[in-house]
Design a protein around this ligand. Structure first.
Ligand code: CAO
Length: 431
């Protein structure tokens, strides 16, 4: 029997995605839950699992196609018998033409289904992405919006049922230009000069992830009055502690790093300074104080910046945090994060120190109100009890929302963190 496999419901308000990888070819036999295509949506990239086992008889989509929920992705013959494995399989793998498809490990299908459900149940104000709404528009209209750098969920539809027409998109664009505001995708609506007048150029479309990053950061940068407070902390003792326990944490499957220790310190700091664990509701002029402590960590990946979130960081040990961070950073780099794993953070840590740098001004992840940037630790000479000693200094850069956090409080917050890193025992006493 030939069965059409359609794109299932992804999550609330997400009606389509762009195919970034076709992971099977005609003739392949797929097991239930094995990945068929890789899909990039506004919220995440993930693999679409096969709902049944069968032989692929037709692939109905190509890379870069925009696919709507309910659209057929592949056709499977569910009665086909799986061919017995070839005896010379090891040689086949070496000469295979599509390493990406073969390299994919089967996805944690149940986890993804759970994640999608959780995403659907999650109240919209908890998401770190921009507020979205159900959008009804033809693919060509969506394409036009993308080309103009417009977030289609912000366009009002004039057609029956609120459906958006090409004219609606153009009118929205005109309105943005008239108001001088930025369009979605982080692009400014001023036309660019013709660069070919000065030399050869190459145009490349932004990936969905890049557009989302641009849109989120542009929104945050234009809507939050940012100030960055710089400080540094002496982590000489902490480095000794890290070396001492590194092996134990490694045995548990994690890596003890400045970032995993910071997760613990930051979660405690958020409890001590509730203004940093809040969001501003500019529409109702209220401040929302959160009573949970979920902390995001910026991870540098091939596709750009991703921010997985560690839930209830306050309730976890440094060992647990180290294992979880190692796992989430690996998932981020291997494209395995679910949308749920990237939402709901209250505060973010962005550690660029493994790469280098002496300081930077991180952009806050709206609707959060602060972000801690960490740069490279360096050896410095410092006076300790009147003697000049070599010490390891870690630069900290805290960007905060000046609407609800005052400068003095930002200094106290970052000093509080600095002191717990300088004297790791302090945290143990307080916990
Ligand atoms: N100073 C000096 N060395 C540092 C350091 C710092 N601030 N932070 C990390 N390191 C070292 C680590 O100790 C490790 O060294 P060893 O292997 O010798 O122990 C090495 O750098 C690599 O660290 P890591 O990346 O494995 O581990 P981490 O937990 O410190 O960082 C993560 C994890 C995910 C934060 C990091 O890998 C990453 O992706 N950072 C980039 C984040 C980013 O792009 N931010 C920009 C956002 S724009 O606002």
């Amino acid at each position: 029997m030939i069965e059409d496999v359609k794109l299932p419901e992804i999550s609330e308000n997400v009606e389509s995605g762009v195919v970034t990888g076709v992971l099977v070819k005609e003739g392949d036999f797929v097991e239930k839950d094995s990945p068929l295509v890789e899909l990039e949506t506004e919220k995440a990239t993930f693999e679409v699992p096969s709902p049944v086992a069968g032989k692929v008889v037709e692939i109905s989509v190509n890379e870069e196609d925009e696919v709507q929920v309910g659209q057929v992705i592949v056709k499977l013959d569910t009665e086909a018998e799986q061919a017995p494995p070839e005896p010379e399989r090891a040689t086949d793998v070496e000469t295979i033409e599509e390493p990406k498809a073969k390299e994919q490990t089967p996805p944690p299908a149940q986890e993804e289904v759970k994640a999608v459900k959780a995403e659907q149940e999650r109240p919209p104000q908890e998401t770190k992405t921009l507020p979205a709404k159900a959008v009804s528009a033809a693919p060509a209209v969506r394409q036009l919006a993308r080309e103009l750098g417009i977030d289609i969920s912000r366009v009002s539809g004039s057609q029956p049922g609120g459906r958006i027409s090409a004219e609606d998109v153009k009118n929205h664009a005109k309105g943005l230009i008239a108001s001088g505001g930025p369009t979605g995708g982080g692009r400014i609506s001023k036309p660019l000069p013709d660069f070919t007048r000065w030399g050869r150029v190459e145009r490349q479309p932004m990936t969905v992830t890049r557009r989302k990053i641009a849109e989120t950061l542009t929104y945050a940068w234009s809507n939050i009055p940012h100030v960055t407070q710089h400080d540094q902390t002496d982590i000489t003792e902490l480095e000794r502690f890290r070396a001492e326990y590194a092996q134990r944490i490694e045995q548990a499957g994690g890596k003890l790093t400045v970032t995993s220790i910071l997760l613990k310190v930051v979660a405690s700091a958020l409890k001590a300074f509730p203004n940093f664990n809040a969001s501003v509701d500019a529409q109702s002029n209220e401040i929302i104080f959160k009573k949970y402590y979920h902390v995001g960590v910026a991870v540098d990946t091939d596709r750009g910046l991703l921010v997985p979130v560690i839930r209830d960081a306050d309730k976890k040990s440094i060992l647990q945090l180290s294992v979880e961070l190692t796992d989430l950073a690996e998932k981020a780099r291997n494209n395995k994060l679910t949308p749920e794993q990237m939402t709901g953070g209250n505060f973010t840590i962005s550690n660029l120190g493994g790469i280098g740098g002496t300081g930077f001004s991180p952009i806050i992840y709206w609707p959060q109100v602060a972000i801690l940037g960490v740069s490279r630790a360096s050896r410095q000479a410092a006076y300790v009890n009147g003697e000049l000693r070599p010490r390891l200094a870690l630069p900290l850069s805290l960007s905060y929302d000046h609407r609800i956090i005052d400068g003095a409080e930002s200094v106290r917050f970052v000093r509080w963190i600095a002191q717990r890193l300088e004297q790791p025992f302090l945290l143990a006493i307080e916990e």
